[in-house]
Design a protein around this ligand. Structure first.
Ligand SMILES: Cc1cc2nc3c(=O)[nH]c(=O)nc-3n(C[C@H](O)[C@H](O)[C@H](O)COP(=O)(O)OP(=O)(O)OC[C@H]3O[C@@H](n4cnc5c(N)ncnc54)[C@H](O)[C@@H]3O)c2cc1C
Length: 359
């Protein structure tokens, strides 16, 4: 018997907001080797409001404690009753692998978001060029799904790169969209042939010769790029060498959690340059060594601050500074209004004076 309470109109439901929310898994789909899409609805019957290309941070309740992982929404806000993330488990993955092994229909997890400004809504243009590699396809898919629903005539050239044919995420749906959207031109590129799928398309890596072949008028387009850092670096330098106006280039970095181990705090022999740091909620008085971030100092002093990307993008480690000054070099994970209200991102803030933090 279907759950009749699910049949509601949008105006009978409240929109999702940026507080911590509970998501319920409604489906898990295999997309490609080691790639799955997880679809969610809100357990509070809210509808999802976000910009195509934005991300959420999921709190994964692993046996070793909560792990925060940030994922772009591959779904489109034009279909606001559910949202989805499409995730690739890299070799050695802990968080994503936990999702593969544990999340089934009906599972509930907490999520923060949406956040991020990698969206065509922030850069309206008459023509777009999307360039992605591997799981970097997710923000492009969200934007394309939105175009298909809301502006299907939009001119989009999409170059989607993968290692092998079977690793092209969303290939079938993209080909379907290519048939439905008159302004969409698709160029797939792979690096290696495979015995699993035949391939008659472009091979190799995107370079100065292939780019104009796949998108002859790339100079006139608003470019969005997402993929591994070396891939994005190559695209950037290719565009720069071609004289492209980089004010029209936007990229999203999925980054990799830093592996550095923060130096342990040693209060007794504290370096003269170390700053006093007080964590008011936990009542801990500690030291922040030179070069340490507030997040590293918190960990070294046994104070838990939730964190995910750890490069100032996802906003998970936002904490309120009660007193003191910091130098913060974030990547857009905090709003100017939040900074004015005294918030900082612990992962990318270093003390300039003794500090008191709400944590
Ligand atoms: C804004 C943003 C959006 C993101 N969107 C997506 C998305 O849509 N889909 C998706 O699959 N991931 C996405 N990520 C990356 C995701 O947050 C995780 O960093 C990534 O999935 C690795 O986490 P894990 O738990 O699988 O591996 P971990 O347990 O964190 O790491 C395991 C191993 O993988 C390596 N590793 C960590 N991160 C990466 C990476 N990004 N690429 C390659 N190797 C890595 C580590 O060095 C380590 O050796 C996004 C990240 C950000 C910041």
């Amino acid at each position: 018997m279907p759950d009749l309470s699910l049949y509601r109109h949008l105006d009978e439901m409240a929109p999702w907001n940026d507080r911590l929310q509970v998501l319920e898994v409604t489906g898990v789909i295999d997309e490609a080797p080691d790639v799955k899409t997880f679809t969610f609805r809100s357990d509070a019957q809210t509808w999802f409001r976000y910009r195509p290309g934005q991300f959420v941070t999921l709190e994964l309740p692993t046996a070793d404690g909560p792990l925060m992982r940030t994922y772009t929404l591959s779904s489109s806000p034009s279909r606001p009753f559910s949202l989805s993330v499409t995730v690739k488990a890299q070799p050695g993955s802990v968080g994503t692998r936990w999702m593969f092994d544990n999340l089934v229909r009906g599972s509930r997890i907490r999520a923060r978001g949406p956040a991020g400004d990698f969206s065509h809504h922030n850069h309206p243009a008459s023509k777009y060029l999307f360039i992605s590699a591997g799981s970097g396809v997710t923000p492009m898919m969200s934007m394309l799904r939105w175009f298909n629903d809301c502006a299907p005539w939009t001119d989009v050239a999409f170059i989607n790169c993968a290692r092998r044919p079977e690793e092209i995420i969303f290939r079938k749906e993209l080909e379907l969209l290519g048939g439905k959207m008159p302004g969409l031109s698709l160029g797939f590129m792979i690096e290696e042939r495979s015995s699993r799928e035949s391939w008659f398309g472009h091979m190799g890596r995107i370079d100065a010769v292939r780019l104009p072949l796949l998108s002859p008028d790339f100079h006139e387009r608003e470019v969005f790029c997402c993929g591994p850092e070396p891939f994005m670096r190559a695209v950037r330098s290719m565009l720069e060498s071609a004289g492209f106006d980089m004010a029209h280039y936007h990229q999203e970095s999925f980054g990799a959690p830093p592996v550095e181990t923060p130096p342990a705090a040693v209060p007794d022999q504290a370096d003269a340059a170390a700053m006093a740091i007080r964590f008011s909620d936990s009542g801990v008085e500690g030291r922040c060594l030179p070069g340490q971030t507030v997040l590293q100092a918190a960990r070294a002093n046994g104070v838990r601050i939730s964190a995910a990307c750890e490069f100032g993008l996802c906003g998970t480690c936002r904490v309120r500074k009660v007193s003191g000054e910091v130098e913060m070099s974030h990547n857009g994970g905090i709003l100017d209004e939040e900074i004015a209200e005294g918030y900082i991102l612990a992962c990318c803030s270093k003390p300039l004076s003794p500090l008191e933090i709400e944590a």
